[in-house]
Ligand binder design. Structure first.
Ligand code: 5GP
Ligand code: ZN
Length: 115
């Protein structure tokens, strides 16, 4: 946990969020400023700063996060229609919140461009 991290505060319940999924290692909640009809953030509960700051042994959480993403897609009924997963990393990658998070976007035909 990081005292100043907005997503750690969401995990602790200090900042309210619209939860979509939760287990002992992962939390998923609706993005406050959605870029698509469905925009969910999937995060590890462990405070990992970014993809670039992952340490040995932390990789397992990534496959678990993708499993959770598929579960959400199935439950919310857009698994067949499709979805997009984006991870911004660092300044040039456009990362604003320094706690690893996966953007899950769905609910419409998304644009072709990713930059
Ligand atoms: P980044 O730009 O770091 O990849 O994405 C951060 C995301 O977190 C943004 O899409 C932003 O809308 C979302 N966000 C920032 N603060 C909050 C918050 O307090 N609650 C929720 N639900 N989302 C947030
Ligand atoms: Zn954090």
């Amino acid at each position: 946990m990081n005292e100043n991290c907005i997503f750690c505060k969401i995990i602790k319940g200090e900042i309210p969020s619209n939860k979509v999924y939760e287990d002992d290692e992962i939390l998923a909640f609706k993005d406050i400023n959605p870029a698509a009809p469905i925009h969910v953030l999937v995060i590890p509960k462990k405070h990992i700063k970014s993809l670039a700051k992952m340490e040995d042994g932390e990789g397992k959480i990534i496959s678990k996060i993708y499993k959770v993403i598929n579960e959400i897609a199935e439950k919310q009924g857009f698994k067949e229609k499709g979805y997009r997963v984006i991870v911004n990393c660092g300044k040039d990658g456009g990362q604003e919140v320094g706690h690893l998070h996966f953007h899950l976007l769905a609910g419409k035909q998304l644009g072709e461009k990713i930059v």
